[in-house]
Write a protein of this length. Structure first.
Length: 137
């Protein structure tokens, strides 16, 4: 694997973790969005990733992370009895998203650390390239 391929691999990882951070932030921002109908309630979203390895891409190897898509969580919605809430249905229930803030914070920390590791990989590759260039001097 060449140093430029290391940049491509780390870059794809950074893009994936950036998307993960954005979806996590969206989940946290909507964690307490109440509605009277289950059809209108925000549902937690999570990105789906896959790794790829392609040896026929322009005559060189390519390795990285590919975003397959974003899926909605299938966890049950939170139903709370709050008859005085302005968005309560006729039975007095309010529906809240299926977002667990503790899990989302854990995802955010994990994504942030993964992003940071990819930055360190890029910095190490950059330092190696600089050292190779200085060998000829």
């Amino acid at each position: 694997m060449s140093l430029t391929q290391i940049f491509e691999t780390a870059g794809s990882g950074m893009n994936a973790q950036s998307l993960r951070l954005n979806t996590t932030a969206s989940n946290i921002a909507n964690a307490e969005a109440a509605h009277s109908s289950t059809d209108q309630v925000y549902r937690g979203r999570h990105p789906v990733f896959s790794t790829y390895y392609n040896s026929a891409l322009q005559g060189r190897e390519a390795v990285g992370v590919k975003v397959q898509g974003i899926v909605e969580s299938q966890a049950p919605l939170q139903q709370r009895y709050e008859p005085h809430h302005p968005k309560a249905d006729e039975d007095g229930y309010v529906f809240y998203p299926n977002v667990n803030v503790v899990e989302e914070m854990t995802n955010m920390i994990s994504a942030s650390r993964s992003f940071q590791v990819n930055v360190e990989v890029m910095n190490s590759a950059k330092q190696m390239m600089q050292r190779v260039l200085s060998l000829g001097q």
